[in-house]
Design a protein around this ligand. Structure first.
Ligand code: SAJ
Length: 428
């Protein structure tokens, strides 16, 4: 395809997407307001981690198809992949979407296509982008084409999922949707489903909301199970053998920048109606405190005052280094508020994010009264409980992810408590 692209926002989505197109023969100009990121990328250095990104970036620069700067350029297609976070008060912050649209406005010409990839509240294309694009003087739908095609990839597997996942394309009219489909067809092997822009926005938000609501259900089951003598993990596993049941897993909370964020878009749009969605957010946000209180009750039952807890796992999910919005940080805050001394260890988080973090597992375990497993990093399964048993002061483990080999830990003399399991019957 002989088209030039301008990709605005070179983060976790924009950069992989830009290099994908560049490696499929299109001319791509990448834009980011972050000067440091731009100069790193120019020098084939990465400011984000993603499997396979380095070699693809090298190839894209070497083949001459990929340039980067802090300002947009004229192009046939503009792709916006900018952040769409929430504010303190849980309302959507669409400033980046607005400013990126304004930034491309002077470069947009007749016949161009503008695609928004950021996850946004339904109606953002219509209500936030369109008023800016109308100022170009072009007739929207016949002279300027606009669509929403939400990214749906999971960090760590971005390149696989960019190619193989189905893609949703929502145009402000049919022509816009068709042009967008033709573009992504360059590398997408999954099915491309066409719809309107607002529906596409809704689809992406409800995918993540579905997971949040489902996880909230699992977390509520965990709390109930602890009180009625059941192991929620076992019950969920067995229920999921039913062909039409797929209950997610409980845990110390929901982190990341998507699942814990996107449901708020629906709450903001329809606060009177989004009751289940709002309640689910509240349940999931209650889990760090619940986990910390469980820890405190266990220490109290052992008459340990001002105990020392070893937190294993700071990242928001397994085998990644991302600690932003991680429930672990909230669990730690709550433990500290309850007077528990915390030392944390995470083999993936190589630069200490706080005084409580150490890079040394043995140091983290020294004089510990309790080990809390908050992230299911593979490394934690390889810890030999026999070998570390002498380091700790009290042999207690809380496994908030039901991840360890409990039998092994029990054989080494540890008392194991699982979030969502009534065993040992010390309640949060
Ligand atoms: N979690 C649970 N229980 C579960 C599943 C997850 O407690 O059963 C927790 C995790 O521990 C983590 C959080 O939820 O703290 C989110 O993890 P995740 O792996 O489910 O999601 P993300 O945020 O890494 O990526 C999601 C993906 N969306 C879906 O799976 C529907 C991804 O495809 C999206 O592209 C991404 O959000 C996004 O950008 O929206």
């Amino acid at each position: 395809m002989n088209k030039k692209l301008c990709v605005v926002g070179l983060g976790y989505i924009g950069l992989p997407t830009a290099v994908m197109f560049a490696n499929h023969g299109l001319k791509v100009h990448g834009v980011d307001i972050n000067e440091k990121a731009v100069s790193l990328i120019k020098n084939k250095q990465l400011h984000i981690e993603e499997n396979g990104l380095q070699e693809r970036l090298n190839a894209a620069i070497d083949n001459g198809n990929f340039t980067v700067s802090t300002t947009p350029e004229e192009a046939d297609v503009f792709i916006l992949a900018v952040p769409s976070p929430i504010n303190e008060d849980k309302t959507a912050n669409l400033e980046y979407v607005r400013s990126a649209t304004k930034a491309i406005k002077p470069y947009v010409k007749k016949g161009n296509l503008v695609i928004l990839e950021s996850t946004v509240p339904p109606r953002t294309v219509e209500d936030v982008m369109m008023p800016v694009l109308i100022e170009t003087g072009l007739n929207i739908g016949t002279e300027l084409f606009v669509s929403h095609s939400p990214e749906r990839v999971i960090p760590g597997k971005v390149f696989d999922e960019l190619v193989n996942n189905d893609r949703i394309v929502g145009g402000i009219n049919e022509e816009s949707a068709k042009m967008t489909e033709e573009l992504y067809r360059v590398f997408v092997k999954g099915t491309i489903h066409l719809t309107d822009a607002t529906t596409a926005e809704m689809v992406k938000v409800i995918e993540n909301t579905y997971r949040d609501v489902n996880i909230a259900f699992a977390n509520e089951l965990a709390k109930i199970s602890e009180r009625i003598g059941v192991n929620a993990w076992e019950a969920i596993k067995l229920a999921n053998y039913h062909p039409r049941v797929n209950i997610h897993t409980p845990g110390p909370g929901v982190g990341g920048h998507c699942i814990a964020v996107d449901p708020w878009f629906l709450v903001e749009l329809q606060p009177e109606l989004a009751n289940l969605v709002h309640m689910s957010r509240t349940i999931n946000d209650s889990m760090p405190k619940y986990t910390a209180e469980k820890a405190k009750n266990i220490l109290d039952s052992k008459h340990i005052q001002h105990g020392r807890a070893t937190v294993l796992g700071l990242a928001f999910k397994a085998n990644i280094d991302d600690t932003r919005e991680s429930p672990s940080l909230e669990v730690i805050k709550n433990l500290q508020t309850l007077g528990i001394d915390v030392v944390a260890y995470d083999p993936h988080v190589k630069v200490n994010i706080n005084d409580y973090q150490t890079q040394d597992l043995a140091e983290a375990l020294q004089h510990s009264d309790m080990i809390l497993v908050l992230t299911e990093h593979s490394e934690f399964r390889t810890i030999n409980p026999q070998e570390i048993a002498d380091l700790v002061r009290t042999k207690v483990v809380i496994d908030a992810k039901n991840y360890l080999n409990h039998q092994e830990w029990e054989q080494a003399g540890f008392e194991v408590f699982i979030l969502g399991d009534s065993k040992n019957r010390i309640l949060a």
